[in-house]
Structure formats: C-alpha cells, structure tokens
Design a protein around this ligand. Structure first.
Ligand code: GLU
Length: 396
C-alpha cells in the first residue's frame, strides 16, 4: 500500500538535524558516553518567570482554542518586541504566532510560492529551507558565498541569480549552520536589489539576540525608515526557542505585510489552528518580561564560541572561521577527507565519529556545503572540551 503515498513525499527526507539528535539520544540512552554537537538546542533551562507564566495560564483555565493567529495579548507582545528592538510599529493584523519558527517559515513559503516559482537561498542554508520550497512546488536557487568569514553572499550574487520566475530570497543572519552574519552594507545592497526587482525578502532573525561582541546585529527592519517600500515586501520570521531556551514550547512568530499574514493565518487555520494556548502565555512573559537571562546565555555562548573555534583550529588540517553569532561552528575538514582515512565525504566522517567515537555532528552537505561539519556549541564548556579533544584524537 506504500504506493498510495503522494509523490510530494519524495521531495523531502527526515530533517537531518533532528535525525542526528535522535541517534545521539538513542546511543546515550543505551549507556554510551556521547558528546552531542547535533541539534541547535540551548542547554539552559527555560527561565523561571516564563515557566511560571505558562503554569499560571494553565491553572487559570487558559486551555481552550485561541484565535488562530494568536491571542490578542501575544500579538501585543510581538508588537512590543519589534517596537523595543527595531523601533518599528506593527498593527495586530501584521503579526502572527505559529507552532515554532519552522512553522512560521513553512506558512510564509506556502503563502508565497506558486509551482515553478524560484526562491533564492544563500549557501550554506538551514536544512529545512529547500525542503519547504520544494514542497510548495517551488525551486530553490542556491547562491554560493565567496567570503568564508562572514559566509555572506553579495548583492551582485543575488542579481545574477534573479530570473523572471524569482519570487523571494531567504536571508538568515546570524546564520545556521555557519555562525556567520551579514554586515549592514551588504544587507543594504541586497535590499536595494530586492526593491528594484520586486523580490520578497524572508528574513529569518531567530538568532538576533545571539551575537558576539565583535559584531553588531542588523535587522532587515532597520532599512524601513530609509526605504519605506520595503515594509510591504519583507517578512521577519522569529521565535522564542533560541533566545529564551524554549525549543520544546514550539512558539514562532512573525511580522510582515497584512496581505501575507492574512494568507498565512488562513493556511494555519487549515492545518494546526492556534499554537498551544498556555505556551503563548509563556512566550508573552519571554518577550515582555526581564531580559537579563538572554544576556547571561549570550555571554555563555560567546565564551563557548571562542573555546570551540580555538580547539577546532588545533586539529591538524582543520580550518574554522570565527563565529559572529548563533551557536554553531562550521569547520572545514576537506583536507582530512582528501586523505580518505576517515571516510570519503563529510557524511562518512560523521558516521565514523558517531559510531566509533560517540561524537554527534551534522555533515556540511546537508546544509549545501560538503567538506564541512556543523558543531552546535549549545552544550557545556566541559562537554565542548571533551568532545573536540576526542575528535582530535580520533582524527590523529
Ligand atoms: N534549528 C535547529 C537545528 O538546526 C533545530 C533542528 C531543526 O528543527 O532542524 O539544529
């Protein structure tokens, strides 16, 4: 009966980041001493005031359907966030809450893409972007970065990739999987091209708060005062998962033009309905409450970024760019792969590290960058040291 499956299932495979995570978990549960650099999931607990807000909501009976696109209070919290951080005022019909950042992006792409539409995706990309575009019937158009420090593509790269079928571009800065980030000038040049060519910009800013001291985050919204037309062709995809260590809560949100948010809400109404009522209550506390835990976690990630990059650079044959933000290192292992001793590509190397040395990493090919490995450093300093030293020994 498997032949009954719709053809679109062949367009995608299980999320590789989540698959590695599941494998590492299973090995751990079987008693193995696994160090997992797998899924991008902060190791901190969700701050207490956020949990308490959700508990209070549960206890007071906040257990029913909410409006599909989010409770009025959650929408106000999103509006508050963008006013506080980006000095941009949105109306309730321009913001929306979904079941995780991934769901926000899924809704966005499905609301925008007709079959045959092209979406420009800078390489390396987060694993799910191309799958979402393909599922929507669209074609991902990959653009390679030239600079391996920022991993940013340039406006002229974007211009060259545009065809009459191009509908949108996805920007993700700070970036998963590289930890790179775009500077203001590069983003502004991309904005100008997008405006000139009527290209919609989907800006995934979920790592906004996780930037390191040598770098300043630029939101695409920062360009709206200078280019007012941009507000009608820009959607900011965001979520509470990474900033407040709330991955399991599944609350993503967005801000964009009402014509798009309306369409996304209709899609959501046809699929999941509202995100969990009491998780929204927790997210309100996250977005509007004290932000000191964000800075505490950011500082820890910055320290770990330095630690992991130094340790990785100490492995003969490995190069690694400085991380500007997020919690990923994206070292290049091509030299070691050329020797062929540990596998002929990054997938085989990943397999070797996991099965022989209990080290979980994600192969770069999954992000469109073969020869690399992604290491999430959202784990303790001790685990980072132990894991990378073990890797060095495994590759000696
Ligand atoms: N965004 C995280 C990662 O890249 C979570 C896993 C996922 O949803 O793919 O590891």
């Amino acid at each position: 009966m498997k032949t009954l499956l719709a053809k679109r299932n062949q367009l995608i495979k299980p999320s590789p980041t989540l698959a590695i995570n599941a494998k590492a978990k299973a090995l751990k549960e079987a008693g193995n001493d696994v160090v997992s650099f797998g899924a991008g999931e902060p190791d901190f607990d969700t701050p207490a005031h956020i949990k308490q807000a959700a508990v209070k909501a549960l206890e007071s009976g906040d257990t029913k359907y909410t409006a599909v696109s989010g409770t009025p209070a959650m929408k106000q919290a999103i509006i508050h966030k963008f006013e506080r951080d980006q000095k941009t005022k949105f109306q309730p019909n321009e913001v929306m809450v979904s079941c995780g950042g991934k769901h926000t992006l899924f809704n966005t792409i499905f609301a925008l893409c007709d079959p045959g539409d092209e979406v420009i995706i800078p390489v390396p990309y987060w694993v799910s972007y191309p799958d979402m575009v393909r599922l929507a019937g669209g074609t991902p158009v990959f653009v390679q970065p030239v600079d391996k420090e920022s991993w940013a593509i340039t406006a002229s790269d974007v211009e060259k990739a545009i065809t009459p079928k191009t509908k949108a571009i996805i920007i993700n800065s700070p970036n998963n999987p590289t930890g790179g980030a775009y500077d203001r000038q590069t983003l502004e040049a991309i904005v100008k091209i997008a405006l000139e060519k009527n290209l919609f910009i989907i800006s995934d800013e979920i790592y906004e708060k996780l930037v390191f001291s040598n770098f300043r985050f630029t939101s695409l919204l920062d360009f709206v005062p200078a280019y007012p037309k941009l507000k009608d062709q820009l959607l900011i995809a965001h979520g509470v998962a990474k900033t407040y260590s709330m991955t399991g809560w599944r609350i993503g949100y967005c801000a964009g033009p009402s014509w798009l948010v309306d369409a996304m809400a209709a899609l959501q109404g046809a699929s999941t309905s509202n995100p969990t009522s009491f998780a929204q209550a927790g997210a309100i506390a996250a977005l509007t409450g004290a932000q000191d835990s964000v800075e505490t976690m950011r500082q820890a990630f910055e320290k770990r970024a330095r630690l992991i990059v130094d340790l990785l650079r100490d492995i003969p044959g490995v190069t690694c760019a400085e991380a500007r933000g997020a919690f990923y290192a994206f070292p290049n292992f091509q030299k070691l792969l050329d020797g062929g001793r540990f596998g002929k590509n990054d997938a085989e190397l990943t397999d070797y590290l996991l099965t022989k040395h209990n080290l979980a990493v994600v192969p770069g090919a999954e992000f469109g960058a073969p020869g690399h490995l992604r290491l999430s450093f959202a784990i303790s300093d001790e685990q980072i040291k132990k894991g990378v030293l073990r890797m060095k020994a495994a590759l000696a």
